[in-house]
Structure formats: structure tokens, C-alpha cells
Design a binder for this molecule. Structure first.
Ligand code: MIC
Ligand code: SF4
Length: 648
């Protein structure tokens, strides 16, 4: 049977289960990446697993999120990460070297390999023909220890890209168009595979922009073939030897097909507060803009910033706009500096930021009250910018430049002729901010600061669960609602007790007090609960507050896996209308838990109301065991499944 590219790579990495749609499979993971906001917890968990050395072909620890050092916490985490990397055989990309996904693409990604990352945008590597998957830190720790990573065999959607872009239209508009068509739930349980004659017009960074925002579709991964364009990119990176061709077989099977004619696209934007609220920019032109932010793992490449600079050249930012620019990597920054592009940008009034995530995760540059911010990023959830009442529009770099110049949202086609950009560029390669691990890190000392606390563990699930409804939330709740980012909260990522004060803070400031009062709680949610980031803290901190279960209409993939990893039961309503029957404070109970979990049908009794609600779970046997043991850490330690021969 001819295989699509996704299945080809998955089959090559299959170590457990069968390639049957909907069933669970275990994959061998070749490479892992972590970033600092999820990494400290991941390495604490790796320590708890008791291995001597990572078992992957390559593992890299990046520092890119928590780079504002308002207190000692973030800097302590960086020092911990550097020491843990040396101890366990992990490469360390120092602060200032760039955003994990951009640097990984440039320096480490290899077509045909699997990459697991503790960041939801790990599928960016799909731009290079890899299967990149985002996961919680604990899953990444287990993969580093040599354990398989489990996913449900996905459906594969083929997206045919045909033709070429009209001037002023680019890669960001492709993925915004897909978000318009499919919504933030449209990719759940699916891999998006790109093909078609239009591919030859898309460079690797452009492909990476598209693969990156597959995360916003909820997709498990996104992938482009590895072709001559890929070869050219790797050659420019001095890594031609890493290239191999990979493509789907002729007449391969797909679950759905979608065609996008590139020349029919127009400049698009995602309006507040969801990446799928996509509209043509011409329909919102003249909205006044206060801030423009360019960069992030979506549009922080050399080509993106070069385009911004060419458009701004000789002109200056509108007096009502603050323009902030964060290059995606040190390579991008050095290459642009060498060519005088950074000087052009500074002359145009850009405020050049560190090469890091920065404003994308609310690490500084929060816009003013009630502001409109136009960003080349991937998420525009309410409050994520750091300003609760700001409105964020997501666009490509050309529209960002147009807004910066005009002071209002502007269709970039109004700017006249599209600037001519060089076809080729030779990146400056300088890896001296990446530290290779020593051959034997066994004696390296791990350095901990006072804010780095041990990982809390859950208890096995009891036979009778007594809980109270802690919160009822609507559809599409993001992990930014559950466990917010921003410069105040992010430094607490390695101190769960302190972090748990902020659980659900954007929705309900009394949540953590109530959780402590109730002692044992349930969250009631709508569709696509937990969409967005991979942060396991959105499960770990609620667990620390006594959350035992979530009953939702449906879940986002990574968050559901994180709930399981920390021993929280993810249940779905058998009858979605029952969602209406639960209110904060209701007392509930679940009896004969083991038996009910086995039957997949769970009766939740309403203690006072004298009625019951029926729920279900979609957990595999393996996941059930994990939940019952109180989480993956307990479970993994009790298994011998790790290839880590060196278990302590
Ligand atoms: C994000 O974009 O939300 C983050 C910050 O990169 C997260 C990871 C985190 O919360 O640390 C993600 O996308 O997984
Ligand atoms: Fe960083 Fe933003 Fe990318 Fe997340 S989405 S990795 S915060 S740049």
C-alpha cells in the first residue's frame, strides 16, 4: 500500500502498537527539545526517573522564554538548566542564542527524524520534513530516558498548495486561511501534510511558519516533504550531509484533501481573541494601532525581518505606534547586522529586543490599556500580551510593517510596489552559544536555586471519589486561562506551590482559595478544553490544588495527555446537555472507580440533587494504569520499559 509521508515516518519509528487509525502507538523519539519555561520541570522529572544519561540521538535544552531577569528566579533556572544539560548529556543553547524552534530548524533538525519538544510549536520542524510533536515536560523527560512517546494514530489531511503568491501575500496567509477554514479544533487528532506544485515557491522558513501554526489548528503535527528546497536550506546551514529526500508515495492515501490556490489568497489577519477569527485585512483597515510586534517562532526569520526592513526603509514608524522587533535567533540577528538591516530598522524607529520569545508570552512589552497590537505571532488569546484589555491581531510581516507606518491596520497592497528581496542569502554560522555536553557528565554537579522545589507527586486514584465542582468554563478554554504566562507568573514555573496561586486567575481570582477550601475538586468545561500551549503546569498546578477530574465536552490533545500524566481523570459528557446541570459548589461522587473506569462508562452522582450524570473516557489501557497510579512519574518508575540501562 502506498503510504503518505506521515505514515512512512511513523512506521519507521513504531515501537509499540499497530498503525490502526484511532489506536494508540508508541514511537521511538530521535531528538528532543526543551525550553526554559517548561524545561526546569522536565529535567527535575528526568532526575526523578533516575537515569544516568539521555538515550536519544540528540537532546537540546534552550533558554528563550524566561529571559527577563527581574529577580533571581529565571537566572537560577538558567543555571540549573545548564548544569542539568551537562550532567545528562544534553546540548545547551544559551540565553541570547534564540527561540528554540528557529534555532532547531537552523542547527539541528534532520528530515525523516522524530522530534519531541516540551513546547506546542515543536511541529515547526515539519518545515524541514521531520515529525515534530509538542508534549508536556514529563513526556519529554520519559523520551529522553529512552521511553517511547505515545500518540493516537492520526488521520492525515493533505493540503495541496498550488501556484504562487501574489505580491504582498505570504506564508502566514496560508496558515491563516487554513485556520479560517478548519478552526482551532479542526486539526485535533490529525497531521497536516503539505504537497503540490506551490511547494517549490516556499522556502524552509516559510514552510516552518505554516507548520508552526498547525499547533493553532490543534493538529498533532504538520509536515512538508524533504526536497531540493530543503537541501538548499541545509546546504546554506553547512549541513548538507543531514539531507535526505522524503516524500509521500505516489497515489498515497489521505483522510481528507484540501487545495489552496496561493494566487487566490489575500492578506489576512486573525482578529481578537482567537487565531481562527480570520478576516481579510481590507475589511478591518483603519482600526487604530498602538503597538506592532515582529518576531516569534512563527515569523522571526531572516526573510521576515528583512521584508519588514525593506518596507520601512527610509521611513519612520508612525508617532502613535511602538514597534518592537525580536529576531528569532542569534544567527538571524548577526546576519541582519552584517548586512546593515538592523541599522535600517533602528533608523525606522524599531525597538530591537533580545532574540527570544519576549512579548509573545508576555515577557515584557505589554501594550498600553485598551491598546490594539498587531503581531506576527501565533496566539492572540485575551490577556496573553500582559494587558488584560488589549486586542491583538495576528498578521504576516508585510501587514505589520504597513500598520507600523500608517498607525492603523492597513492592507499592505496599498503600499505600492512590493520590495525586491534577495533570492539567496548566506547565513552567518556561529555555534559558540551552544554548549556541547561533556562525554561523561556523571560527575557534573546540578545547581539548584531556592525557587526550584521538588516535583509534587499525586496519589493513586481511590475507589470512591468525592469532589465538588470548582469551576464551570465555556468552549475553547486555553492553557493561558488555566495557567497564565507573563513576566510575573512565569518565574514560578519551578515552584508549584507558589505557581498554584495563579491557577485560573484570568477567569476567577478566587479559584485557588476555593480549591483549598474544597480540598478535592472537579472542573466542568465545554469543547476543546486546554487548547494552546503544552505547559504541563496547567495540569500540575491544578493537581497540587486538589483537582481530581475534568469533565468536558471535548479536550485538546496535549492537555488531555498532561492531565493523565499527573493523575487527573479527563472525562467527557455522554450527553453534552448535561454540561448545564453542574454549578460551582455542587457535591458529587464517583463510586467503584476501578470497575467504572474499566467499563469506560462513569456515573457521576449529584449528592444533593439526587440525579446522576453519565460520562466517558477515551483512555487506553496504558493511560488508565497511569492515572490509577497517580501519574506518569509513578508509573514509569514502576515499569522496566525504559531502554535506560543505567537506571539508578
Ligand atoms: C506558548 O507559546 O504558549 C509557550 C509559552 O511557548 C508554551 C510553552 C510554555 O507554556 O512554556 C507552548 O506553546 O507550549
Ligand atoms: Fe516562544 Fe511564542 Fe513561540 Fe511559544 S509561541 S515558543 S512563547 S515565540
Amino acid at each position: 500500500m502506498p503510504d503518505n509521508l506521515t505514515y512512512k515516518i511513523l512506521k519507521k519509528h513504531l515501537v509499540d502498537g499497530e498503525m490502526k487509525k484511532g489506536s494508540e502507538i508508541g514511537l521511538r523519539i530521535d531528538q528532543t527539545l526543551t525550553q526554559d519555561a517548561t524545561g526546569t520541570m522536565a529535567y527535575l522529572q528526568l532526575e526523578a526517573l533516575g537515569i544516568e544519561k539521555v538515550q536519544t540521538e540528540l537532546s537540546v535544552s534552550y533558554v528563550d522564554h524566561n529571559t527577563l531577569q527581574n529577580g533571581f528566579e529565571n537566572a537560577d533556572d538558567h543555571r540549573y538548566l545548564q548544569s542539568a544539560a551537562a550532567r545528562f548529556g544534553v546540548w545547551y543553547s544559551r540565553p541570547g542564542n534564540g527561540i528554540c524552534h528557529q534555532v532547531h530548524l537552523e542547527r539541528f533538525g534532520v528530515p525523516g527524524k522524530t522530534l519531541l519538544g516540551s513546547d506546542s510549536h515543536t511541529p515547526t520542524a515539519g518545515g524541514l520534513g521531520m515529525i515534530g510533536i509538542g508534549a508536556g515536560g514529563l513526556d519529554v523527560a520519559v523520551a529522553m530516558a529512552g521511553g517511547p512517546f505515545y500518540i493516537t494514530v492520526p488521520e492525515v489531511i493533505k493540503v495541496n498548495l498550488v501556484g504562487n503568491f501574489s505580491p504582498w501575500v505570504g506564508a502566514k496567509d496560508v496558515i491563516l486561511e487554513l485556520l479560517r477554514r478548519l478552526s482551532v479544533k479542526g486539526g485535533v487528532g490529525k497531521v497536516i501534510e503539505y504537497d503540490g506544485s506551490g511547494l517549490e515557491n516556499l522556502t524552509v522558513p516559510e514552510r516552518a511558519t505554516i507548520a508552526n501554526m498547525g499547533a493553532e489548528l490543534g493538529a498533532t503535527s504538520s509536515i512538508f516533504p524533504s526536497d531540493t528546497v530543503t537541501k538548499k536550506f541545509l546546504k546554506a546551514q553547512g549541513r548538507e550531509k543531514d539531507w535526505q529526500p522524503f516524500e509521500a508515495d505516489l497515489r498515497a492515501d489521505y483522510d481528507h484533501e484540501i487545495t489552496i490556490a496561493l494566487d487566490q489568497l489575500e492578506p489576512l489577519a486573525a482578529a481578537p481573541h482567537s487565531p481562527d477569527k480570520v478576516i481579510p485585512i481590507r475589511e478591518i483597515s483603519s482600526v487604530k494601532v498602538d503597538q506592532v510586534a515582529v518576531g516569534s517562532c512563527t515569523n522571526g526569520s531572516y526573510q521576515d525581518l528583512r521584508l519588514l526592513a525593506e518596507i520601512m526603509k527610509g521611513r519612520v514608524v508612525h508617532p502613535g505606534v511602538s514597534l518592537v522587533v525580536a529576531p528569532g535567533s542569534r544567527q538571524v540577528l548577526i546576519s541582519l547586522t552584517r548586512e546593515g538591516v538592523i541599522e535600517e530598522l533602528i533608523r525606522s524607529g524599531a525597538r530591537i529586543l533580545e532574540t527570544a520569545c519576549g512579548p509573545c508570552i508576555g515577557m515584557g512589552q505589554a501594550p498600553p490599556s485598551g491598546a490594539v497590537s498587531v503581531r506576527t505571532f501565533n496566539r492572540n488569546f485575551a490577556g496573553r500580551s500582559g494587558t488584560a484589555d488589549a486586542s491583538v491581531y495576528l498578521t504576516g510581516p508585510a501587514a505589520a510593517a504597513a500598520a507600523a507606518l500608517q498607525g492603523e491596520i492597513t492592507d499592505p497592497r496599498e503600499l505600492g510596489d512590493f520590495p525586491s528581496l534577495p533570492e539567496e542569502y548566506a547565513p552567518v554560522i556561529d555555534d559558540r552559544m551552544i554548549i556541547a555536553p561533556p562525554a561523561d557528565g556523571g560527575d557534573m554537579k546540578i545547581i539548584r536555586g531556592p525557587n526550584i522545589k521538588p516535583v509534587p507527586l499525586n496519589k493513586p486514584v481511590p475507589e470512591k471519589i468525592q469532589i465538588r465542582v470548582l469551576l464551570v468554563v465555556e468552549d475553547n478554554i486555553t492553557t493561558d486561562h488555566i495557567m497564565p504566562g507573563g513576566s510575573r507568573v512565569l518565574p514560578l514555573r519551578s515552584n508549584i506551590e507558589a505557581l498554584s496561586e495563579y491557577v485560573f486567575a484570568p477567569l476567577d481570582s478566587k479559584f485557588s482559595d476555593r480549591a483549598r477550601e474544597y480540598g478535592s475538586g472537579l472542573i466542568v468545561a465545554g469543547e476543546n478544553y486546554g487548547q494552546g500551549s503544552s505547559r504541563e503546569h496547567a495540569a500540575l498546578a491544578p493537581m497540587a490544588l486538589g483537582v481530581k477530574a475534568v469533565v468536558a465536552k471535548s479536550f485538546a490533545r496535549i492537555h488531555q495527555a498532561n492531565l493523565v500524566n499527573f493523575g487527573i481523570l479527563p472525562l467527557t459528557f455522554s450527553e453534552p446537555v448535561d454540561y448545564e446541570k453542574l454549578t460551582v459548589g455542587d457535591e458529587l461522587q464517583i463510586d467503584n472507580v476501578s470497575e467504572q473506569l474499566k467499563s469506560k462508562r462513569i456515573i457521576i452522582e449529584h449528592v444533593e440533587g439526587n440525579y446522576a450524570i453519565e460520562a466517558e473516557h477515551q483512555l487506553s489501557l496504558r493511560q488508565l494504569k497511569i492515572v490509577k497510579e497517580g501519574g506518569l512519574l509513578n508509573y514509569t518508575r514502576s515499569q522496566s520499559g525504559l531502554s535506560g540501562q543505567n537506571k539508578r
